[in-house]
Design a protein around this ligand. Sequence first.
Ligand code: GLC
Ligand code: MG
Length: 247
Amino acid sequence: MTPILFVTDLDHTLVGDDFAHEQLNEWLLEARSIGGKVVYSTGRSRIRYQELALEAPLFDPDLLIASVGTAIYSSLDGAPDPEWQKKLTAGWDRDRVMAITAHFADLVLQPETEQSAFKVSFLLTEEAAIELLPQLDHLLKQQGLDVQLIYSSGRDLDLLPRYANKGSALTFVRQTLGFPPENTIVCGDSGNDIALFAAGSELGIIVGNAQPELLSWHRDHPTPNHYLAKSHCAAGILEGLQYFGFR
Ligand code: GLC
Ligand code: MG
């Protein structure tokens, strides 16, 4: 078997079905023993990742991509990759972004742990999002701010530098670790994972419990590289690995 780079979202993708997760862990550890790498790519900050790691059967990954692609950790207690941090500064003015979002009463700031130098995150209802997102996008552009708006699960709105998302972080990590896209598998369930699937020709597994925004993106971008599983969470990943002939 060729060494595989395995990049997966956590909440509602790898995490959510402990029995299937533990079964998948066996496959992942075996893949790692022959040169594969396991990378977790989560919307959570590192602190909230560590909370999850206490509850779920997660082993330490080779790399952690945290905060929706805005921080890459090669060690769970070290500093984020400085080369990556540097790339994110281009065109990003956090204070001005904050000032503009203050005009919208429907935007409710997420907890302090989920705010960082390169990520501003809010809670936003699905009903309010319909009108608010185009207005906010327009206002940011009008002010000359090149910001990415990522809305996930009908609840979470992330404002990120143009260059940062789970997809660009995946490409950076894949190239750093030296894996070609065809030996890379990505897995996800929601809006912030769209960038993982859109990054290039990597193989992708969308779990059966995926959110509407990812399902509709998948319908609009059909490719034999992506598999939509019937099973949920880790069981869906196991199903996808079987579909692609990895197990
Ligand atoms: C995680 C993060 C949150 C983010 C969401 C969607 O839940 O904690 O800050 O908004 O993922 O990316
Ligand atoms: Mg998720």
